[in-house]
Design a protein around this ligand. Structure first.
Ligand SMILES: [Fe+2]
Length: 271
């Protein structure tokens, strides 16, 4: 296995023998590299669904979406994705499963259909370990003990700013969480837990809290912390969902762009 840095702080391109990739021979190395580099690209893999699941099981347990789906189609087209409306939240920086007590460990995508030339649709991943690390000592001290309310309403309001009461009630029927702003991980590297699911900062004046969240999101998504993946046929992309933010760059909702996604069950509670 050989990895080349895509940028100084985030993202690596990994070359690996296909049989070794599928067998889990380098599972530990891949997981360590994931925490170090946030996002790993495996080019030219052309994985089948079964192969994607085989690899996923070498580094964790597969999160079943809707109770039974091992893989999801990521498309904004309602003909392909029953939850296309919900998926539009992916245009905004977020982490997967932020409204769960234990967010997903990692997320992986295989490209099935590339967006057409010039349509956009890159995937961007920001390293929030590095963003936290680079904060001033004063900032780090000020963030201690701060907690943020995360919920579906926050992210869905970005997609649909004026919901019907029925929609609002549906969003509010999903679980919400109180998470610390700084996630102290077992591996020792703290990260910032931010993104579209942030509703408000608990116990802080609303305007002050919103300003804090905005400032930290601006900070964390500066170019030096972001890897931008431009998709090529056969690409497989894996990221550490717990120490990153990610989003899709704008593309037309009727684009043929299609990804197959698998997420891994979280292994570490935030609190
Ligand atoms: Fe996502």
């Amino acid at each position: 296995m050989k990895a080349i840095n895509a940028t100084p702080l985030v993202g690596s391109t990994v070359s690996i023998d296909r049989a070794d990739f599928l067998s889990g021979k380098y599972a530990e190395e891949i997981q360590a590299l994931l925490v170090e580099r946030s996002a790993l690209v495996f080019p030219n893999m052309h994985l089948s669904d079964d192969e994607q699941l085989q690899f996923a099981r070498t580094i964790g347990d597969i999160h079943l979406v809707g109770g039974d789906a091992l893989l999801q189609n990521i498309s904004m087209d309602p003909k392909v994705n029953r939850s296309a409306d919900y998926t539009r939240g992916a245009f905004y920086w977020h982490i997967d499963g932020a409204n769960d007590p234990v967010p997903a460990k990692a997320t992986m995508l295989s490209v099935r259909t590339l967006p057409a030339e010039g349509e956009g649709g890159d995937t961007l991943i920001a390293n929030t370990y590095a963003a936290y690390q680079d904060l001033s000592d004063e900032d780090k001290k000020a963030l201690e003990g701060i907690r943020v309310r995360h919920c579906l309403e926050a992210s869905q309001r970005l997609v649909r700013p004026q919901p019907s009461l029925h929609e609002l009630e549906r969003w509010q029927s999903y679980p919400a969480q109180s998470h610390p702003l700084v996630w102290q991980h077992k591996h020792g590297k703290p990260s910032l837990l931010l993104g579209a699911s942030c509703f408000y900062v608990e116990g802080m004046d609303l305007a002050e809290g919103n300003k804090l969240l905005c400032r930290l999101l601006d900070w964390s998504t500066q170019p030096q912390y972001v890897y931008r993946h431009r998709w090529q046929a056969g690409d497989f992309l894996l990221w550490d969902n717990t120490g990153t933010l990610h989003r899709a760059a704008e593309y037309p909702l009727d684009s043929k762009r299609l990804m197959r996604r698998t997420t891994l069950v979280g292994e570490e509670s935030v609190a």
